[in-house]
Design a protein around this ligand. Structure first.
Ligand code: GRF
Length: 202
Protein backbone atom coordinates (compact mmCIF):
# COMPACT_ATOMS: atom_id res chain seq x y z
CA UNK A 1 0.00 0.00 0.00
CA UNK A 2 1.50 3.31 -1.08
CA UNK A 3 0.76 6.05 1.40
CA UNK A 4 1.14 9.81 0.98
CA UNK A 5 1.29 11.72 4.26
CA UNK A 6 0.27 15.38 4.47
CA UNK A 7 1.74 17.36 7.36
CA UNK A 8 2.16 20.88 8.70
CA UNK A 9 4.08 20.44 11.93
CA UNK A 10 5.91 18.11 14.27
CA UNK A 11 5.07 14.84 12.57
CA UNK A 12 4.94 12.53 15.57
CA UNK A 13 2.10 10.61 13.94
CA UNK A 14 4.12 10.33 10.74
CA UNK A 15 6.94 8.94 12.90
CA UNK A 16 4.65 6.38 14.53
CA UNK A 17 3.52 5.21 11.07
CA UNK A 18 7.10 4.96 9.81
CA UNK A 19 8.10 3.02 12.94
CA UNK A 20 5.32 0.45 12.48
CA UNK A 21 6.30 0.01 8.85
CA UNK A 22 9.95 -0.45 9.75
CA UNK A 23 9.21 -2.99 12.49
CA UNK A 24 7.03 -4.98 10.08
CA UNK A 25 3.67 -4.40 11.82
CA UNK A 26 2.32 -2.39 8.90
CA UNK A 27 2.73 -3.64 5.34
CA UNK A 28 2.87 -0.30 3.58
CA UNK A 29 5.25 2.29 2.28
CA UNK A 30 5.25 6.03 2.82
CA UNK A 31 6.09 7.14 -0.73
CA UNK A 32 5.96 10.89 -0.09
CA UNK A 33 5.48 13.46 2.65
CA UNK A 34 4.01 16.80 1.63
CA UNK A 35 3.94 19.87 3.86
CA UNK A 36 2.32 23.26 3.35
CA UNK A 37 4.92 24.69 5.75
CA UNK A 38 8.62 24.82 4.89
CA UNK A 39 9.69 24.57 8.54
CA UNK A 40 7.63 21.52 9.51
CA UNK A 41 9.79 19.15 11.56
CA UNK A 42 7.90 16.29 9.92
CA UNK A 43 9.98 16.95 6.78
CA UNK A 44 13.19 16.22 8.72
CA UNK A 45 11.70 12.99 10.01
CA UNK A 46 10.86 11.92 6.46
CA UNK A 47 14.32 12.76 5.16
CA UNK A 48 15.96 10.71 7.93
CA UNK A 49 14.08 7.71 6.59
CA UNK A 50 14.85 8.45 2.95
CA UNK A 51 11.27 9.42 2.12
CA UNK A 52 10.80 12.00 -0.68
CA UNK A 53 9.45 15.31 0.63
CA UNK A 54 7.69 18.24 -0.99
CA UNK A 55 6.78 21.69 0.24
CA UNK A 56 3.58 22.91 -1.37
CA UNK A 57 2.83 26.42 -0.17
CA UNK A 58 -0.90 27.13 -0.13
CA UNK A 59 -0.19 30.86 -0.46
CA UNK A 60 1.10 30.26 -3.99
CA UNK A 61 -2.33 29.05 -5.12
CA UNK A 62 -5.37 31.14 -5.97
CA UNK A 63 -7.95 28.93 -4.26
CA UNK A 64 -8.28 25.85 -2.06
CA UNK A 65 -9.31 23.89 -5.13
CA UNK A 66 -6.27 25.03 -7.13
CA UNK A 67 -4.04 24.00 -4.23
CA UNK A 68 -5.71 20.61 -4.05
CA UNK A 69 -5.27 20.05 -7.80
CA UNK A 70 -1.52 20.51 -7.28
CA UNK A 71 -1.67 18.15 -4.28
CA UNK A 72 -3.48 15.47 -6.27
CA UNK A 73 -0.94 15.75 -9.11
CA UNK A 74 1.92 15.28 -6.67
CA UNK A 75 0.25 12.38 -4.85
CA UNK A 76 -0.58 10.67 -8.15
CA UNK A 77 2.98 11.12 -9.43
CA UNK A 78 4.10 8.97 -6.49
CA UNK A 79 1.39 6.35 -7.07
CA UNK A 80 -0.30 7.12 -3.74
CA UNK A 81 -3.37 4.97 -2.88
CA UNK A 82 -4.09 6.20 0.64
CA UNK A 83 -3.81 9.83 1.72
CA UNK A 84 -3.03 10.23 5.42
CA UNK A 85 -3.56 13.62 7.04
CA UNK A 86 -1.22 13.83 10.01
CA UNK A 87 -1.39 17.27 11.56
CA UNK A 88 -2.14 18.86 8.18
CA UNK A 89 -3.66 22.21 9.08
CA UNK A 90 -5.65 22.70 5.89
CA UNK A 91 -9.23 21.88 5.02
CA UNK A 92 -9.27 19.58 2.01
CA UNK A 93 -11.78 20.03 -0.79
CA UNK A 94 -13.74 17.60 -2.95
CA UNK A 95 -10.86 17.78 -5.45
CA UNK A 96 -8.87 15.46 -3.19
CA UNK A 97 -11.86 13.46 -1.97
CA UNK A 98 -12.98 12.68 -5.53
CA UNK A 99 -9.45 11.74 -6.59
CA UNK A 100 -9.12 9.37 -3.61
CA UNK A 101 -12.61 8.07 -2.78
CA UNK A 102 -12.81 6.40 0.67
CA UNK A 103 -9.07 6.76 0.86
CA UNK A 104 -8.35 9.95 2.81
CA UNK A 105 -7.85 9.52 6.57
CA UNK A 106 -7.46 11.99 9.39
CA UNK A 107 -6.74 11.82 13.10
CA UNK A 108 -8.34 14.22 15.57
CA UNK A 109 -7.37 14.71 19.23
CA UNK A 110 -10.85 14.25 20.72
CA UNK A 111 -13.67 11.74 20.77
CA UNK A 112 -15.67 12.94 17.78
CA UNK A 113 -18.34 14.16 17.31
CA UNK A 114 -17.30 16.05 20.45
CA UNK A 115 -14.92 18.96 20.02
CA UNK A 116 -14.23 19.15 16.28
CA UNK A 117 -12.00 21.86 14.82
CA UNK A 118 -9.07 23.63 16.40
CA UNK A 119 -7.88 23.30 20.02
CA UNK A 120 -9.85 20.14 20.71
CA UNK A 121 -7.96 19.41 23.93
CA UNK A 122 -8.68 22.91 25.25
CA UNK A 123 -12.34 22.55 24.30
CA UNK A 124 -12.45 19.27 26.26
CA UNK A 125 -10.87 20.84 29.35
CA UNK A 126 -13.18 23.86 29.19
CA UNK A 127 -16.23 21.64 28.90
CA UNK A 128 -15.04 19.56 31.83
CA UNK A 129 -15.29 16.09 30.32
CA UNK A 130 -13.77 13.27 32.36
CA UNK A 131 -12.76 11.19 29.34
CA UNK A 132 -11.32 12.22 26.01
CA UNK A 133 -9.13 10.58 23.40
CA UNK A 134 -8.52 10.45 19.70
CA UNK A 135 -10.49 9.54 16.60
CA UNK A 136 -9.27 8.20 13.28
CA UNK A 137 -11.83 8.83 10.56
CA UNK A 138 -12.32 8.93 6.83
CA UNK A 139 -12.39 12.50 5.59
CA UNK A 140 -15.50 14.00 4.03
CA UNK A 141 -16.27 17.60 3.11
CA UNK A 142 -16.99 18.69 6.67
CA UNK A 143 -14.48 19.52 9.36
CA UNK A 144 -13.79 16.37 11.40
CA UNK A 145 -17.15 14.88 10.42
CA UNK A 146 -16.29 11.81 8.33
CA UNK A 147 -17.12 8.19 9.22
CA UNK A 148 -15.27 6.96 12.30
CA UNK A 149 -12.73 4.14 11.88
CA UNK A 150 -11.25 3.91 15.34
CA UNK A 151 -11.24 5.67 18.70
CA UNK A 152 -9.10 5.40 21.81
CA UNK A 153 -9.91 6.97 25.18
CA UNK A 154 -7.84 8.59 27.91
CA UNK A 155 -8.90 9.90 31.32
CA UNK A 156 -8.98 13.66 31.88
CA UNK A 157 -7.49 14.59 35.25
CA UNK A 158 -8.61 17.53 37.39
CA UNK A 159 -5.15 19.08 37.26
CA UNK A 160 -4.60 18.55 33.53
CA UNK A 161 -3.22 21.36 31.40
CA UNK A 162 -3.68 21.49 27.65
CA UNK A 163 -0.13 20.10 27.36
CA UNK A 164 -0.55 17.21 29.76
CA UNK A 165 -3.84 16.14 28.19
CA UNK A 166 -2.39 16.50 24.67
CA UNK A 167 0.58 14.30 25.58
CA UNK A 168 -1.71 11.58 26.97
CA UNK A 169 -3.87 11.71 23.84
CA UNK A 170 -0.86 11.63 21.52
CA UNK A 171 0.31 8.33 22.99
CA UNK A 172 -2.99 6.84 21.93
CA UNK A 173 -2.83 8.53 18.52
CA UNK A 174 0.50 6.85 17.87
CA UNK A 175 -1.09 3.45 18.44
CA UNK A 176 -4.43 4.09 16.78
CA UNK A 177 -3.29 5.66 13.51
CA UNK A 178 -0.97 2.86 12.34
CA UNK A 179 -3.64 0.36 13.43
CA UNK A 180 -6.34 2.07 11.34
CA UNK A 181 -4.00 2.16 8.35
CA UNK A 182 -3.29 -1.54 8.85
CA UNK A 183 -7.03 -2.27 8.62
CA UNK A 184 -7.14 -0.35 5.35
CA UNK A 185 -4.02 -2.10 4.02
CA UNK A 186 -5.50 -5.50 4.90
CA UNK A 187 -8.89 -4.54 3.40
CA UNK A 188 -10.54 -5.08 6.75
CA UNK A 189 -11.83 -1.56 7.18
CA UNK A 190 -15.44 -1.39 8.32
CA UNK A 191 -17.66 1.62 8.98
CA UNK A 192 -20.81 1.00 11.01
CA UNK A 193 -20.17 -2.70 10.58
CA UNK A 194 -20.04 -2.44 6.80
CA UNK A 195 -16.96 -3.24 4.83
CA UNK A 196 -15.45 -0.25 3.08
CA UNK A 197 -14.98 -1.00 -0.58
CA UNK A 198 -11.47 -0.23 -1.66
CA UNK A 199 -10.43 -0.03 -5.29
CA UNK A 200 -9.04 -3.40 -6.46
CA UNK A 201 -5.83 -1.81 -7.69
CA UNK A 202 -4.79 -1.08 -4.10
C1 GRF B 1 -2.34 15.54 16.39
O1 GRF B 1 -2.70 15.83 17.70
C2 GRF B 1 -3.54 15.25 15.54
O2 GRF B 1 -4.60 14.71 16.26
C3 GRF B 1 -3.92 16.61 15.02
O3 GRF B 1 -2.71 17.27 14.83
C4 GRF B 1 -1.72 16.73 15.70
C5 GRF B 1 -0.52 16.36 14.87
O4 GRF B 1 0.58 16.01 15.64
N1 GRF B 1 -4.73 16.47 13.83
P1 GRF B 1 1.90 15.47 14.93
O5 GRF B 1 2.34 16.53 13.92
O6 GRF B 1 1.59 14.16 14.27
O7 GRF B 1 2.92 15.33 16.03
Amino acid sequence: LKIGVLVSGNGSNLQAIIDRIEDGTLQAKVVCVISNKADAFALERAKRHGIPTHILDHRAHASREAYDVALVDLLRSHGVRLVVLAGFMRIVTRVILEAFPNAVMNIHPALLPAFPGLHAQKQALTYGVKVSGCTVHLVDEGTDTGPIIMQATVPVHDDDSEDSLSARIQKEEHRAYPEAIRLFAERRLTINGRKVIIEPSY
